[in-house]
Design a protein around this ligand. Structure first.
Ligand SMILES: Cc1ncc(COP(=O)(O)O)c(C=O)c1O
Length: 342
């Protein structure tokens, strides 16, 4: 069997229950582009989790979910405020700028979180015709640094956004990990906190592919079916994305998988912490572990395990646990780390 690594939850395979769901959906012909009974059922399931009033649209991937969700709620003369490390700012090859036409105003942050005090200084241009107009605050939950916004922090950002005439967009590629970390429901950390638009991720939590764009006020998504099609994210065989989401959300699979990957990350972190010369750089609140490993040891470790150096300047690396990470995987990796880093 190919060895599992800790490079990314994207590197994991597909959860066997997803394969079963795809197989079960692979029966006969149904109408394409979302007019099928599985999609209809699954949208109702989303409404059960996120609130009766939400509008839900499935897309192929996370970048598409972010970009199109943002496009739906912005004009090109507006700005999207985010952190420098945000996926929308750093990892989407300028797609948000290209498709929304908006300027991204990215502020630096030590822990991946955006705070009201960092946003306030950007608002003095509001109403001035020479400047892009702050329109959206975009945050990631879980953040790119593996940290998790508390419900209070989310509410503070949402209230501030609304009081300032802006909307709150959440990149929830790992929202399930955040929910289990906070011991909260999906609704409590989105609708109840005041989120306006959400990208809800399935891929990092065991799906083969597929993400959802959720509008908590249907009016915001009124044109989304056109934006999705024009944005090349209308899946023709939609039923296979819907079937995976149905498997994820109909029972406790979303919770089980996220609880497991979070627990594996904590275990990995607690083992790495015991190794001299290794220093954790972020609290482990989800399935990500960030640590400084002196750079002379990294090439040797990478000969056996592929992983990313997150910040070259300080020799910080990122490890991610997945739904299929085992305690044995961690033991094997940590044994190697102990042999090399000394
Ligand atoms: C925080 C975050 N948002 C969004 C994405 C979605 O990316 P993709 O377009 O690769 O599905 C990722 C993927 O790594 C991510 O980490």
């Amino acid at each position: 069997m190919t060895k599992r690594s800790f490079a990314s939850d994207n590197n994991a395979g597909i959860h066997p229950e997803m394969i079963e769901a795809i197989k079960a959906a692979n029966d006969g012909h149904v109408v394409g582009y979302g007019d099928d009974p599985i999609t209809e059922r699954t949208i109702k399931l989303f409404q059960k989790h996120f609130g009766d009033h939400v509008a839900v649209y499935f897309v192929f991937g996370g970048t598409g979910a972010n970009v199109l969700g943002l496009q739906a709620i912005t004009n090109s003369y507006q700005a999207i405020i985010c952190v420098e490390t945000a996926h929308v700012n750093f990892d989407e090859c300028g797609a948000p700028e290209k498709f929304t036409g908006c300027k991204l105003l990215a502020v630096s942050t030590p822990d991946g979180k955006l705070r009201v005090d960092q946003i306030k200084p950007l608002l003095h241009v509001t109403g001035v015709q020479h400047h892009v107009q702050p329109g959206v605050i975009s945050i990631s939950q879980v953040t790119e640094m593996g940290t998790v916004y508390t419900q209070k922090e989310l509410k503070t950002l949402a209230d501030f956004a609304h009081d300032s005439g802006m909307l709150l967009h959440v990149d929830g590629a790992r929202l399930a990990n955040a929910a289990v970390s906070l011991n909260a429901s999906l609704k409590e950390i989105t609708a109840d906190a005041g989120v306006d638009v959400l990208s809800f991720g399935g891929t990092k939590n065991g799906m083969m592919y597929g993400e959802a764009v959720i509008f908590f006020d249907k009016k915001l998504g009124a044109d989304f079916k056109f934006i999705r099609k024009q944005g090349m994210h209308l899946p023709s065989k939609m039923r296979f994305i819907s079937a995976q989401f149905e498997a994820l959300l109909s029972g406790d699979l979303w919770k089980r998988s996220a609880t497991h990957s979070n627990r594996m990350a904590r275990l990995l972190a607690s083992e790495l912490e015991k190794v001299p010369h290794i220093k954790l750089t972020q609290p482990v609140e989800s399935n990500g572990v960030f640590a400084i490993i002196p750079k002379e040891y990294i090439p040797e470790l990478q000969k056996s395990y592929f992983f990313y150096v997150w910040d070259e300047a300080i020799s910080e690396v990122r490890f991610m646990a997945s739904f299929d990470t085992t305690e044995d995987d961690i033991q094997e990796f940590v044994d190697l780390v102990r042999r090399i880093v000394k």
